[in-house]
Design a protein around this ligand. Structure first.
Ligand code: 13P
Length: 404
């Protein structure tokens, strides 16, 4: 396995000790003139460290990581996010009147993963929850092997959820937890077959929020997670989600643009500081879209244009792919927006889907918890997956949607 990029793990400066002393002085100087912490001071410090101290080490990239990342965003393929925590899947099952038990959760996910047509042709990878990566299908085959047989890569959600961020806005802002013991958990997940992982950070928009503290803390956690993943040979899906739904979703599309741009900028800065190799990640962002409660909803074309503008200004071209979350958009809206984004074209990265709700809602409903509906559930899933596959190529149309 060769190293792909030119980032050298050795200090370029032979007098490392002297150089380290020099670093401390530079850092001290960076702080002079700044009376408090804040975005400017932090940015200046980072720039100084990066520009003037080029010998800082960087995580090694392996061919395996780059290959996995590229496979996840292969043309016409996308990711199935089936990593609902026990609490979230219960809510989904409540909506169809099915009790959430270990067996019903297994039956439902087995239905999806054994939908051969959908999995083989349109689904590059599946994000699993801890319970599912250890579960076996009814016939005793591990679910991981079921999806691998269909050519899909197993992935794993490794964050342990978003919790109130201590401070003056703790009723609104959240920080994602799960870093403690993550190195050991990743080693185990790798053995269980996971080759990529997911960590979701949540950013809420209000008139005054997000706070700098919330953006910075979440971006920092994402970077620490991503570095640990790459060390373990696992591709990190980096998911900074600026929410479009929930209790505070009255913002306009322009406000979403502003916050998404800021968040992504800070995320990529933190990834750089943590020496994360961008060739071995997949970014999972929100689209730039108005909050669900905003009276002025933008057109699909506006969503596509502003999303592309925002991504082009923040996401380096070395990132192989961007796989959107659906975030509360309807099935068709998520597909149409993705297709229009790809129709714009000339994008430096592959752009595809990593949908949870927008890929599963129809299948969940058609299944309804009944064995006799498994084929209907799989058909609904295959249709949605095919529509999103077309969207990932910029080829979805309303006619094709209805023709099915
Ligand atoms: P949605 O597509 O339902 O937003 O879920 C994607 C996901 O994985 C959120 O973390």
């Amino acid at each position: 396995m060769g190293h792909l990029n030119a980032h050298n793990s050795q200090p370029l400066c032979p007098q490392r000790d002297t150089a380290i002393l020099c670093t401390s002085r530079l850092v001290e100087e960076a702080w002079k003139g700044f009376t408090g912490a804040g975005p400017e001071a932090d940015l200046a410090l980072s720039a100084l460290q990066q520009k003037q101290v080029p010998f800082l080490t960087r995580t090694f990239m392996t061919e395996e990581l780059a290959k996995t990342a590229e496979a996840l965003v292969a043309p016409g393929k996308g990711i199935l996010a089936a990593d609902e925590s026990s609490g979230t899947i219960k809510k989904r099952f409540d909506s169809i009147g099915v009790a959430s038990t270990e067996d019903t959760r297994r039956d439902y996910r087995e239905m999806l993963f054994s939908a051969n047509d959908a999995m083989k042709n349109y689904v590059s990878g599946v994000i699993l929850y801890d319970e599912t990566i250890r579960q076996k299908a009814k016939d005793g085959t591990p679910l991981v092997d079921v999806m691998k047989a269909a050519g899909s890569i197993p992935g794993i959600k490794v964050d342990t959820g978003a919790k109130p961020l201590a401070g003056p806005n703790s009723k609104i802002e959240q920080i994602t937890e799960g870093l403690d013991g993550l190195r050991e958990r990743l080693a185990e997940y790798y053995k269980l077959g996971a080759r990529f992982a997911k960590w979701r950070a949540v950013i809420t928009i209000t008139d005054d929020l997000p706070s700098w503290n919330c953006v910075k803390a979440n971006a920092h956690a994402l970077a620490r997670y991503a570095a640990l993943c790459q060390e373990a040979g696992i591709v990190p899906i980096v998911e900074p989600e600026v929410l479009m739904d929930g209790a505070h979703a009255g913002h306009t599309i322009d406000r979403c643009y502003e916050v998404t741009e800021w968040t992504q900028r800070i995320v990529f800065r933190e990834l750089y500081d943590a020496r994360v190799a961008l060739e071995g990640i997949v970014l999972k962002p929100n689209m730039v879209i108005a909050g669900q409660k905003c009276p002025q909803q933008a057109s699909a074309q506006q969503v596509a244009e502003l999303t592309v503008k925002c991504l082009k200004s923040t996401v380096p071209a070395s990132v192989p792919g961007i796989a959107f979350l659906s975030g509360g958009q309807s099935d068709e809206q998520a597909t149409e927006n993705l297709s229009l984004i790809n129709e714009i074209g000339n994008l430096p990265w592959k752009v595809t889907f990593s949908y949870g709700r927008a890929l599963q809602a129809a299948a969940l409903k058609a299944w309804g918890g009944k064995t006799e509906n498994v084929a209907a559930g799989q058909r609904a899933f295959a249709h949605r997956a095919r529509m999103n596959s077309l969207a990932a190529l910029g080829k979805w149309t309303q006619q094709l949607e209805k023709a099915a």
